[in-house]
Design a protein around this ligand. Structure first.
Ligand code: 3PG
Length: 208
């Protein structure tokens, strides 16, 4: 079974994908993989998301999981579709139990010390910091290192190629997540070359 530590170490950037058409999933994944990005979070925000996850579970080298997992049913449906991991914007104890039952790594979202404490109490130290840019940015993540030396973060929300280095330089950041590699407009235009170029630039980002 994949661990959350392995997931966060799969590369400096996790691609966040919101796909309107499941048929786009494989070409997007191939472009991202060609650029060196393996961790693919498909948000459960579109009717085709689960079919996209199903399609990606057959792509060699890809680590495809589900994002925007809001409830236990979302987690179960994502697991049934072949998701290798789960990501949520927030923390819920019921989701912690569900992830354990499903034997899938789960990155709960946190933005405050109390949320980190709640996640920790449930046994989760690998966390999504969300929404990163509006929750204090890299300075907030750096400040969490004091009371929470055991926590590792994947900041997501407002991250770009330009501001990612500020986060990746921190010892408590394992990777960042973002939609900038394959945003909806590039996917709609089927601009696989630009997605591959963005992935290549992202994969070259150094971690501290
Ligand atoms: C997420 O679900 O993690 C965010 O929507 C990704 O944020 P971004 O679109 O600002 O990269």
């Amino acid at each position: 079974m994949l661990t959350s530590a392995e997931l966060m170490r799969a590369g400096p950037v996790m691609a966040v994908l919101t796909l309107e058409a499941a048929a786009d999933a494989v070409p997007v994944a191939r472009a991202l993989l060609a650029g060196g990005i393996r961790a693919l979070e498909v948000t459960l925000r579109t009717p085709e998301a689960l079919r996209a996850i199903e399609a990606l579970s057959g792509v060699d080298g890809a680590l495809a999981g589900a994002g925007t997992v809001l409830c236990v049913d979302d987690a179960a449906r994502a697991a049934a579709a072949g998701a290798r991991f789960l990501v949520s914007p927030g923390f819920r104890p019921a989701l912690a139990d569900a992830a354990r039952r499903l034997a899938l790594p789960w990155l709960p979202g946190v933005a405050t010390a109390s949320e980190i404490m709640a996640a920790r109490e449930a046994g989760f130290d690998d966390l999504k910091f969300f929404p990163a840019e509006t929750s204090g940015g890299a300075a907030a993540v750096a400040a969490f290192a004091g009371p929470f030396p055991m926590a590792r973060f994947c900041p997501t929300g407002g991250i770009t190629q330009a501001n990612a280095p500020r986060y990746l330089a921190l010892a408590n950041v394992a990777c960042v997540g973002g939609s900038w590699l394959a945003p909806r407009d590039l996917v709609a235009r089927r601009d696989w070359a630009e997605i591959e170029a963005r992935a290549r630039a992202a994969a070259a980002l150094a971690r501290g």
